[in-house]
Design a protein around this ligand. Structure first.
Ligand SMILES: O=P(O)(O)OC[C@H]1O[C@H](OP(=O)(O)OP(=O)(O)O)[C@H](O)[C@@H]1O
Ligand SMILES: Nc1ncnc2[nH]cnc12
Length: 171
């Protein structure tokens, strides 16, 4: 199933100079969505994962689907002010701005093996922040899975970890 053909390029969105990869058409196609999620999850079968941590917002869509595909739990890493209770927080820069991510401090049992899931690896700031957040919760970082890697932006270099960062599609 060639799901990559359902990802379109939008020039100058959300800011001039950004070449935005829009995978909404892929999500809208049941077969393509299923194939993409299966491809993201496949390398992680048997990896002893306890949970997938998805990054708001597009990482929720793929992260929850990957978690179901693998039969594991899902933990939301959210933009500020959305999660009740005690939270951990990290700040980071992304391709077109700055943001913060939070997780509930009691989201994971100590030592849980966690896979971070997001849609796009661009400059790498978001994934690096998510990794810091997951480790700060006392979990073990098993790795990260993204649907798309924008190689020209060099984000992989910011993943300074032993655990694998796997991209299903690379541009
Ligand atoms: O590698 P980076 O340069 O950090 O960029 C990648 C991030 O950028 C987008 O997030 P955005 O904040 O636009 O969020 P959204 O999911 O809410 O659309 C995308 O969903 C990734 O999380
Ligand atoms: N160029 C891009 N396309 C889609 N999502 C992104 N997130 C960060 N950069 C992006």
């Amino acid at each position: 199933m060639d799901f990559a053909r359902l990802i379109r390029d939008i020039p100058d969105f959300p800011k001039p100079g950004v070449h935005f990869k829009d995978f909404s058409p892929l999500l809208a196609d049941g077969a393509a969505f299923g194939s993409a999620v299966a491809a993201m999850a496949a390398p992680w079968r048997g990896a002893g994962l306890h949970a997938a941590a998805g990054i708001e917002a597009r990482g929720f869509i793929l992260g929850a689907a990957v978690a179901r595909e693998l039969g594991i739990g899902f933990v939301p890493l959210r933009k500020p002010g959305k999660l009740p209770g005690v939270v951990h927080e990290v700040s980071y820069a992304l391709e077109y701005g700055h943001d913060r991510l939070q997780a509930q401090s009691d989201a994971l049992p100590g030592g849980a093996r966690v896979l971070i899931v997001d849609d796009v690896l661009a400059t790498g700031g978001t994934l690096a922040a998510a990794a810091e957040l997951v480790e700060g919760l006392g979990a073990t970082l098993a790795g990260a899975a993204v649907l798309l890697e924008l190689t020209a932006l060099g984000g992989r270099a910011r993943w300074r970890r032993e655990s694998p960062l796997l991209a299903t599609l690379r541009y």
